[in-house]
Design a protein around this ligand. Structure first.
Ligand code: B12
Length: 505
């Protein structure tokens, strides 16, 4: 039966859509802080997650397994299983039963089209619901998002405070179009409010997971094991300006975007999640754990140690120091991820804006491996103008650096990134192209086709680990043809058995 659209205490009813295309089990911290802000202000919220459905024929986890980036996984081990019902039908049913005053979609570029399916379906129902879209995608391309008929308001940048103001106004009946960070549709006009000052990161509300089923939702594969995991922000933003990432745009738009949380606040959030949800693993949301001041790094070690919760973090290879990795390991570090991206130092410096020598990359990765932790390297293939021989240089660099594992991402020219313009200029994408998931959506480079990139992705780790005498055999396995598939299956079986003692081929 349909309910009233005010809650029993007179608060506003909000339905947030967590868009995700990946059966990504971890709870998104951005939506969890919005939930917290809404509930603390006396309103009510539910979450609909597109993550609960397998929205594409292949998931990121499947492709990682099939391309030898992660061990074969027994589906029975996965605690979090997709729903087999129709996503749009389930969403509309929830809206009709819950009757929210506000429906808010949180989205990145890769999840936008799935989110839009829901909003477009909602539009056909005339349910008198205000629709707002927030997240990185509307922040990076507001004009396109507000132009959608199904969208009434967009949020540019942080939403904790503005969303609560909107809820308060809905309850009091105040029809204000003057909320910082929000653009409102007003007839044929668009009211573009100014940006509010960035939030003091220590005042971000502690994540509230009450709308999600926990477990299974928080049970994520981390460092090779399924653990109840929390992604906790230690910093917001990133100081680097890599040309394939949105951070440069975010840093230019929001002055002072890169902010470090105090260690005390971080610990408070971890303890809060431990107490409420008994979390067993932490994904440290920080791109720069090694570049913070020595004083803050030491404080992290001292204050984190008593928690005894294993954790994962990431950094760039050039800042890795053996002693720092040892220090992190003593307080629970189980694995560290580092971005190599490309093996050609000139390309890295001039095109990717990552000025670091190959020697430094190797030194950093080796320091972490020698310290005894698992080191996952990230590479990206398929940059605009990239040649086959440049990708071979990336393979050569990984062979020398010898990380524990390597993830091979397919370059996506996301909005707001300088490298996207290059892709449009080269005719690789149209100006209005919407990017997908970097784990399985390939574009061409202008010189290599999408299929060639997918072929290289699946054999990348074979090139990294097998002797060069076998490279010809591997080359045959690159071909996405029945013959190439046969070659690949044979090599993949050998690889999986050698590295993980089991095979899915
Ligand atoms: C941690 C992280 C992740 C985590 C967690 C993601 C999450 N949903 O929280 C994981 C690993 C799961 C992840 C996955 C992906 N990520 Co990611 N991720 C990041 C990272 C490093 C930090 C994000 C973060 O936590 N920021 C802090 C939070 C609080 O900010 P926020 O997300 O913007 O949310 C605030 C506002 O946007 C707003 N808001 C958000 N939603 C809503 C909704 C409403 C209604 C309102 C009013 C406001 C609002 O309020 C929030 C609080 O202030 C950023 C890079 C960066 N430094 O920002 C990339 C980044 C966001 N990721 C990116 C990408 C591409 C992805 C993937 C698509 C990768 C892939 N698989 O192909 C997936 C998509 C996942 C998804 N469900 O959308 C891109 C997005 C680019 C783009 N143009 O959209 C970024 C910017 C990195 C980059 N390459 O440039 N990611």
């Amino acid at each position: 039966m349909a309910q009233s659209n005010k809650n029993i205490d007179g608060g506003c009813k909000v339905l947030l859509i967590e868009a995700g295309s990946e059966l990504e089990a971890g709870i998104p911290p951005n939506v969890a802080v919005l939930v917290s802000a809404i509930i603390t202000a006396g309103h009510e919220v539910k979450v609909f997650s597109t993550n609960d459905y397998q929205v594409s024929p292949i998931t990121g986890d499947m492709i990682r397994e099939q391309t030898l980036q992660v061990p074969p996984c027994n589906p029975d081990d996965m605690v979090y299983k997709p729903k087999l019902t129709d996503m749009v039908y389930d969403f509309l049913l929830l809206v009709e039963q819950y009757r929210p005053q506000i429906v808010g979609l949180s989205t990145t570029e890769a999840t936008w089209l799935d989110g839009m399916k829901l909003l477009n379906a909602l539009k056909t129902r005339n349910l008198n619901t205000v629709v707002i879209v927030g997240g990185t995608y509307p922040t990076l391309c507001p004009d396109e998002v507000i132009a959608e008929e199904a969208v009434d308001i967009i949020c540019i940048g942080e939403g904790e405070e503005s969303l609560v103001t909107l809820c308060d106004n809905m309850v009091s009946g105040k029809e204000s179009l003057d909320i910082p960070n929000f653009w409102f549709k007003n007839g044929n006009d668009i009211i573009k409010n100014q940006l509010r000052p960035l939030i003091n990161i220590d005042n971000v509300p502690l994540q509230n997971w009450s709308p999600w089923p926990v477990p299974p939702r928080a049970s994520k594969i981390m460092a090779g094991q399924v653990s109840k995991t929390a992604l906790v922000e230690l910093t917001r933003g990133c100081p680097y300006k890599c040309s394939y990432c949105a951070n440069q745009y975010l840093n230019d738009t929001f002055k002072g975007n890169y902010r470090e949380k105090t260690i005390d606040k971080f610990i408070e959030e971890v303890e809060h999640l431990k107490k409420l949800y008994d979390i067993r693993f932490i994904y440290v949301g920080d791109e720069t754990i090694m570049t913070t001041s020595n004083r803050r790094f030491k404080e992290f070690l001292e204050k984190y140690a008593p928690l005894s919760i294993p954790f994962w973090c990431q950094t760039v290879p050039e800042v890795i120091k053996y002693e720092k990795v040892r220090g992190l390991m003593e307080v629970g570090l189980r694995a560290i991820n580092v971005g190599i991206e490309s093996g050609n130092p000139e390309f890295r410096k001039n095109i990717l804006n990552r000025p670091v020598s190959n020697e430094k990359v190797i030194e950093g990765i080796q320091a972490a491996v020698t310290a005894g932790t698992r080191v996952g390297a990230n590479v990206i293939i398929g940059f605009p103008g990239e040649t086959r021989s440049q990708i071979i240089e990336t393979i050569e660099l990984v062979r020398e650096a010898k990380p524990t594992s390597t993830m091979i991402h397919l370059y996506q020219p996301y909005r707001g990134t300088p490298l996207r313009d290059e892709c449009v200029k080269l005719g690789i994408i149209d100006a209005d192209h919407i990017c997908g998931d970097y784990r399985f959506d390939a574009l061409g480079t202008g010189l290599l086709s999408a299929d060639e990139l997918k072929g290289i992705q699946r054999v990348f780790n074979l090139y990294v680990t097998l002797p060069k005498e076998r490279w010809q055999e591997i080359r045959a396995a690159e071909q996405l043809t029945p013959e190439g598939d046969k070659h690949f299956a044979k090599l993949a079986r050998e690889y999986q058995l050698k590295h993980w003692g089991q095979t899915s081929f």
